[in-house]
Design a binder for this molecule. Structure first.
Ligand code: URA
Length: 234
């Protein structure tokens, strides 16, 4: 098996991140620095940062969390803020978040130690639809959403076509469902900023057909076999 796939299956990194670790000279196979594309087999001794990686099969774990706002989506935060890892109940293995929700955003987050699945779900070519409920300050019309639907320039690159529709509007606020197939930094907030609107609340409600429904803020549960199979098929 390729070394990057092996490290991903161990839940140590996505395949891409594993390649970066290999290029950085952090991975050894039988005492020799690993090269990109090298293979490993049973009996080989693989080390990352000079720590032995077990050849035993790792139990893969898959969870869905309703991330609250005020929590970062990283394994550790250099500013000492609370992370999603702090919300994991006892007994959950060494999982990591799949993709990111920003600090102020809440909603559906997948956590797993399956680096391969994480890699595929977050790869830009996968174009998996992710739906957000955005509450915008003030009134908005369907027509106002047209630039968001057709593409907004962020950092010199147009966002892909997306779906957006109003679910509720009044003088104080407008609720919009937005479905994007990318995962650019603070994308939904920045798309609204670009049309002069402020997102005052943002929540991810689904990834593909996987829905957040039924989970309270901060709650986490294991994904069912059916849900795992569905995500693997995306
Ligand atoms: N768009 C945002 O603005 N923030 C997120 O966390 C996800 C999508």
């Amino acid at each position: 098996m390729r070394i990057n796939k092996f490290l991903a299956e161990k839940g140590l990194a996505s395949r891409r991140h594993a390649d970066e670790m290999i290029s950085a000279g952090r991975v050894k196979i039988n005492g020799q620095l690993a090269t990109l594309g090298a293979n490993v087999e049973e009996g080989d001794e693989v080390m990352v940062d000079d720590v032995l990686v077990s050849m035993e099969e790792t139990k893969l774990e898959y969870y869905i969390m309703n991330k609250p706002k005020g929590v970062v989506c990283t394994v550790s935060d250099d500013r000492g803020r609370k992370t999603v890892m702090d919300l994991l109940p006892e007994g959950v293995g060494r999982v990591f978040p799949v993709g990111r929700l920003d600090y102020a955003t809440e909603g559906l987050l997948i956590l797993t130690n399956d680096g391969d699945l994480a890699f595929r779900l977050t790869h830009p070519t996968a174009e998996i639809p992710k739906t957000y409920m955005a509450r915008i300050e003030g009134t908005l019309t369907e027509k106002d959403l047209n630039p968001i639907r057709s593409g907004i320039e962020l950092d010199g690159v147009l966002t892909k076509k997306c779906k957006a529709h109003i679910v509720e509007t009044n003088k104080a606020y407008t609720k919009v469902h937005v479905t994007i197939t990318e995962g650019r930094n603070r994308q939904v907030r920045r798309m609204f900023e670009a049309i002069g609107k402020n997102v005052e609340f943002l929540k991810r409600v689904s990834i593909g057909q996987l829905k957040l429904k039924g989970l309270d803020r901060g709650e986490i549960r294991a994904l069912t076999e059916m849900e795992i199979a569905y995500l693997k098929g995306l």
